[in-house]
Design a protein around this ligand. Structure first.
Ligand code: ADP
Length: 410
């Protein structure tokens, strides 16, 4: 192995290519696009068959970050020696590695490899090696080595910038995650604290030994405690569901059911619990066979009707259950204020609540996110249509169990 240091002058076309390469490094954001551009520009003024960029990875090992077979030996791309030994020498010594040989016309050119290896240096530190391979010559000249040294500084800059960009992206992602966690904790603590505050306040008041509360007041306070406890357990349940969904531990137990039965019994239950709800049900098809977790589907219906009662108070609610082709469908329509288009696509996002709307109404923005995930896990769809001033329609679509329908039609 011989170590050679040359000095030589560059030709006009080489200088021009270097200028264009410098521009590609500065202007191209995507590293692979920049590399392709540089290789194209280099090829116009410099002969080579293979080019390899070796980097030192985080474990200190040599890694071919980029490799191209361009000229001879292109077809042998996979088999050819990529000059790892030459790259190692460059990285260990910090010197160029040049190996020119005499060409033997009787030998296969692919077996006569000429190497040129150059260190890539960032901030005085060797970060990798740029390697050119020629099969069967010609030899690397002084001027070409000079040209390649300048090229190696461009490659170093490119990799250095790429490293900085990915470091910045990493830090940004970390910062965003921290922010998200802080927002989440603030939101959850506030939502958990509000009902807890009520429960604690009214319980302490009822327990005061210096006051005798009459039966009516006691009932009033106990009802508040009861409501707030429900609210607290609903919130905790939603938070748990949401975290199970995120960690893919959310379980659904599928069984054969009739969707109209699930829908009607849920509506009856809600009518009983909230007699003030103006809710009607229309069942267009009976015994619609579906393979579902009935508890989870009931949870979705419950959530959507609950939302209608919260965000479209005093409005009529119409639940329609039907079978359209091989799709079972439940639509829950209210005639409330509706939802503007901008918000419509966001309401299924985790923690999304329409800002400023019905500020007094409490919620966590988790309900519709969970509903959509439940329906998706049944291979169904949860859709929403809304017109401001006219109302909102949530549509649950689920696949019908075809064999059941076919059996029935025989
Ligand atoms: P939460 O009710 O806990 O805020 P949801 O995920 O169930 O969360 O709903 C997200 C948002 O969608 C609600 O905050 C509300 O602004 C809006 N929304 C849901 N249902 C309706 C409806 N029927 N009419 C108008 N707005 C609605």
């Amino acid at each position: 192995m011989k170590q050679i240091k040359f000095t030589g002058s560059l030709k006009h076309n080489e200088l021009e290519a270097l200028y264009e390469i410098g521009r590609a490094v500065a202007e191209t954001v995507e590293i692979n696009i920049a590399l392709e551009k540089i290789i194209k520009l280099t090829r116009a003024v410099f002969i080579f068959d293979n080019i390899v960029l070796y980097n030192i990875n985080n474990n200190g090992d040599l890694e071919a970050g980029f490799a191209r077979a361009i000229g001879r030996g292109r077809a042998y791309e996979g088999d050819l020696a990529w000059g790892e030994m030459a790259a190692k020498y460059v990285i260990e010594t910090g010197d160029n590695f040049v190996q020119n040989s005499e060409v033997d016309p009787d030998k296969d050119r692919l077996e006569q490899q000429f190497f040129l290896g150059l260190p890539m240096i960032v901030g005085g530190k060797i970060t990798g090696s740029l390697l050119f391979i020629r099969f069967g010559g010609p030899s690397f000249t002084e001027a070409q080595i000079n040209f390649s040294e300048l090229l190696a500084t461009h490659f170093s800059q490119l990799y250095n910038r790429e490293k900085l960009v990915s470091k910045v992206a990493e830090l940004e992602a970390e910062r965003r995650l921290n922010r998200l966690q802080a927002d989440f904790l603030a939101m959850v603590s506030h939502d958990l604290n509000t009902p807890l505050g009520f429960i604690k306040g009214y319980t302490t008041t009822l327990l005061r030994s210096d006051t005798d509360w009459d039966r009516g007041t006691q009932n009033e306070f106990l009802t508040i405690i009861d409501d707030e406890t429900d609210r607290l357990s609903e919130l905790i349940e939603n938070l748990l569901d949401s975290s199970r969904l995120q960690s893919h531990k959310f379980q659904i137990k599928l069984n054969n059911h009739h969707l109209d039965k699930i829908g009607s019994s849920q509506v009856e239950r809600l009518k009983f619990l909230y007699p003030e709800l103006d809710i009607n049900i229309v069942i267009k098809n009976h015994n619609i066979p579906v393979l579902v977790d009935s508890k989870r589907i009931s949870q979705v219906i419950d959530n959507i009707i609950n939302n209608a009662s919260k965000y479209a108070p005093n409005s009529k609610i119409l639940v329609t259950i039907s079978m359209i082709g091989d799709e079972a469908q439940i639509s829950i329509q209210d005639s409330g204020p509706g939802i503007e288009k901008d918000h419509l696509e966001k309401i299924f996002k985790r923690f999304y609540r329409i800002p400023g709307k019905r500020a007094g109404v409490r919620g966590s923005g988790l309900g519709l996110f969970i509903c959509e995930q439940i329906i998706k896990s049944h291979r169904g769809k949860l859709l929403v249509e809304s017109e401001v001033g006219r109302g909102t329609n949530f549509i649950i679509k689920l696949p019908v169990v075809k064999e059941e329908v076919e059996k029935r039609n025989v």
